[in-house]
Design a protein around this ligand. Structure first.
Ligand code: GLV
Ligand code: MN
Ligand code: MN
Length: 414
């Protein structure tokens, strides 16, 4: 099964260049730039011969009807939104590899038994609403009314955001997929780590996707004049935040080895009044914890806050934590993993199994049927950074393995 590697690379370059010019490679969900990328993608889907729609959850879907309408669809794809200043390939590679594979089947006149659906899921990265994987949550029917009312800083609700992206938030029930309603979902993605590159391996077969928990931790002190308040009288919330950050770093570092390592990150912090001449009165931090060990993910934030409360009280600070989101670890389906490994071997490509430390839409799609992921190496394992880099032949390897995997699954799945 051949694909057009030049076309795949041309498209990858073209879509990556639809970026905020002052901070490449940025195409944040729910922005005019995101819609510009979507418009380009929809035109490419359409020109390739896919029946192209935006579903109620705001996902862009390109469909190729299969020969047997009684069979469940095979889904492929990824996401076209990015983190700020990152995501040159994180996301778009899987969407464009999916498009390339579907178009190659069309051009060869190779009719699949199953329908093939190419997805660009809405807002896989954490959005300004504070939620990630919005389109795939909608697909799985787990986008709650409470989530639809989440607001971004300018006051827009997620409900309005989905409308902005072309979705119909009042008709989410129409797109919801039940358990066991898809034949399989397969996503190509850059590894975002160094395992494949270090070992000189072409293709990663993902065994499972880590669990991710996010919590909002608020440290409360007292805002005061930065010049007139003596040090012993201060209740500096940022000093308390620094203690939490250091303790989280130490605790996670102690668990960073072994088969189920844990990582913890404070990636976002807001302080108020946030002025050079004011003692910080409040610090609101987002703690994110990831591991394949569900119990460890669940326990980390609570233990951190509980055990640091006395030290912060000595600094006249209060601390409280509220959960933002919790997604348990997700296993890839053995049948899909084995199809990926067989596909890669038939193309002469080396493989190894590995877990994904990054989150992906597959976590939610897995509620609707078996999933699998194909990783390709990326330079120095860098990702979520402007330096993210891959070679055209690596993108092509991912798409070829995807094409062959789809062919195998189409032949073997009911
Ligand atoms: C998505 O890229 C994530 O791992 O947060
Ligand atoms: Mn990402
Ligand atoms: Mn991604």
């Amino acid at each position: 099964m051949s694909i057009d590697a030049d076309r795949l690379w041309r498209r990858t370059e073209a879509l990556s260049k639809i970026t905020d010019p002052d901070r490449p490679w940025t195409r944040r969900s729910f922005t005019p730039r995101f819609l510009e990328g979507r418009k380009w993608l929809a035109a490419e889907f359409h020109a390739a011969g896919l029946e192209t729609t935006i579903d109620a959850g705001g996902n862009l879907v390109g469909r190729l009807a299969g020969a047997d309408p009684s069979l469940k669809p095979i889904m492929i794809g990824s996401h076209s939104d990015t983190v700020p200043s990152g995501g040159r390939y994180d996301g778009i590679l899987g969407v464009l590899a999916g498009l390339e594979v579907a178009q190659s089947f069309i051009e060869r006149g190779d009719r699949l038994r199953h329908s093939l659906e190419v997805y660009d899921f809405l807002a896989e990265e954490p959005s300004e609403f504070g939620l990630s994987c919005i389109g795939s949550r909608a697909l799985a029917g787990v986008l709650s009314n409470e989530m639809l009312e989440m607001k971004r800083p300018d006051g827009m609700t997620l409900r309005e955001g989905i409308q902005f992206a072309g979705g119909r938030p009042d008709s989410l029930a129409s797109m919801r997929r039940a358990a066991d309603s898809i034949a399989a979902y397969v996503e190509v993605h850059i590894e975002q780590g160094r395992v494949l590159e270090n070992e000189g391996i072409a293709i990663g077969v993902v065994t499972d996707i880590v669990g991710i928990r996010r919590e909002r931790i608020t440290v409360s002190g007292r805002a005061d004049h930065a010049g007139a308040t003596p040090m012993p009288l201060r209740a500096d919330a940022l000093v308390g935040a620094a203690k939490l950050i250091e303790a989280a770093h130490e605790r996670a570092s102690a668990r960073s080895n072994g088969p189920q390592p844990l990582v913890a990150t404070f990636g976002r912090i807001e302080i108020s009044p946030n002025a050079a001449n004011a003692v910080p009165g409040e610090a609101v931090l987002t703690l994110e914890v990831r591991s394949g060990n569900e119990a460890a993910v669940k326990a980390f934030g609570d233990a951190l806050v509980r055990e640091l409360t006395p030290a912060l009280a000595e600094l006249r600070l209060g601390v409280r934590s509220e959960p933002i989101s919790h997604v348990p670890p997700t296993a890839c389906a053995p049948a899909v993993c084995s199809a990926i490994a067989t596909a890669a071997a038939s193309l002469g490509l080396s493989t190894r199994e590995l877990p994904s430390g990054a989150g992906h839409d597959g976590v939610f799609v897995a509620r609707t049927g078996p999933i699998g992921m194909i990783f390709i190496p990326c330079l120095d394992g860098r990702s979520h950074a402007p330096e993210e880099s891959i070679e055209p032949h690596q993108a092509a390897d991912g798409a070829r393995v995807l094409a062959e995997t789809v062919r195998l699954l189409d032949a073997t799945l009911g």
